[in-house]
Design a protein around this ligand. Structure first.
Ligand SMILES: [Zn+2]
Length: 94
């Protein structure tokens, strides 16, 4: 089990996450890689999938109400079976 020292605050949502489990933000650039928590990595992917514009880093941490909208989007998508569909697409991108 990871110790407390292994946790860092996610710059996008502000919640702590295990540092080694980071995701690369879609807002990363070649010069400035941005590490976010795995949950935010999924949320960014879902925004993109739904055609919502990304939340730029200057607006981070994302407003909790907005994070709630993103989670609702992700949950609805997973219930309707779109989750599986997108996982396949994501894998093909890599
Ligand atoms: Zn996060």
């Amino acid at each position: 089990m990871a110790g407390f020292a292994d946790y860092v605050a996610c710059p996008r949502c502000g919640r702590p996450y295990p540092e080694r489990a980071f995701a690369n933000s879609r807002m990363s650039s070649f010069m400035t890689p941005l590490h976010i928590c795995p949950a935010c990595g999924d949320l960014e992917a879902w925004r993109d999938h739904a055609g919502w514009p990304p939340v730029p880093p200057r607006e981070w941490p994302v407003d909790p109400d907005e994070l709630g909208r993103e989670y609702a989007l992700m949950i609805r998508a997973s219930r309707s079976g779109q989750m599986q569909e997108m996982r396949v697409e994501e894998l093909e991108d890599e």
